[in-house]
Design a protein around this ligand. Structure first.
Ligand code: IPD
Length: 261
């Protein structure tokens, strides 16, 4: 997974340099970025197929491919933070997660999130901890919402959920030290694992945006759930927090949707 991420990162780095030049062109970098995305995805698929023939794939660009091994599936976003990339903002990542299905159902067992610009490689394997460039990661220890910096994703043009999001934001911003929007859900989760952000929440999210992050946060001692505290985060809503803020964040987001007196 690390090798696949590093290999795809080399083309993304080159393409990012080109995107910076394309900002001033009339056509803009749009098509070029779509091509960069596809190039990175093809490299990752090839590398992972070589390493583990038979595993299935769920990829942002090419969708679902069933493998001969029905118990393993790679969940991949070759370029998470596409809008940032398009605008030459160096905040994007390659995200590769591995899901294993056992008698108890599917669960994420390994994850890699790599930002090629900062050369930060976040890696986690179930039962073996989470690491940033070989340094062990722990979620933050902040206990009070009033000291917490939380990150989220904002639904943009054409995406549903703007009104509920604004309710959530209004409720959360009133209680915390700061709210951020980075533009890469994979990095948001990795940063929670690294104790930089204390919590992350988002609705309308896709499995490939958060699959690797789930293992990172859990292995760093944090919690990941859907908005109702369950395990259905691949259905579109996710909360990731450190240990002490799990309940308060959940309660706050619930409060956002209660009818006001
Ligand atoms: C997006 C980013 C962003 C999140 C969006 C995602 P993409 O993924 O992760 O942070 O808010 O919901 O779609 O499109 O850049 O791969």
């Amino acid at each position: 997974m690390i090798a696949a991420a590093r290999k795809a990162a080399r083309t993304l780095q080159r393409d990012f340099g080109e995107v910076e030049n394309l900002q001033v062109s009339i056509k803009g970098p749009g098509d070029f970025v779509s091509a960069a995305d596809l190039r990175a995805e093809a490299i990752i698929r090839e590398e992972l197929e070589k390493a583990r023939p038979g595993y299935g794939f769920l990829m942002e660009e090419s969708g679902e491919t069933a493998g001969s091994d029905k118990t393993h599936r790679w969940i991949v976003d070759p370029l998470d933070g596409t809008t940032n990339f398009l605008h030459s903002i160096p905040m994007f990542a390659i995200s590769i997660g591995l899901e294993r299905t056992t008698a108890t159902g599917p669960q994420m067992v390994a994850g890699v999130v790599y930002n090629p610009i900062t050369d930060e490689m976040f890696v986690a394997e179930k039962g073996n901890g989470a690491f940033l460039n070989s340094r062990r990661l722990r979620v933050s220890a902040r206990r009070d919402l009033s000291q917490a910096v939380v990150v989220t994703g904002i639904p943009h043009m054409g995406r549903p959920g703007q009104e509920p999001f604004l309710r959530e934001l209004a409720t959360v911003m009133d209680e915390v030290a700061g709210v951020r929007r980075s533009g890469s859900a994979a990095l948001d989760m990795a940063y929670v694992a690294a104790g930089r952000y204390d919590a992350y929440w988002e609705s309308g999210i896709k499995p490939w945006d958060i699959a690797a992050g789930v293992v990172l946060v859990r292995e760093a001692g944090g919690f990941v759930s859907d908005m109702n505290g369950g395990e259905d985060f691949f259905k579109g809503s996710v909360i990731a927090t450190n240990d002490p803020l799990q309940k308060p964040m959940g309660a706050l987001l619930k409060k956002a949707h209660q009818p006001r007196a």
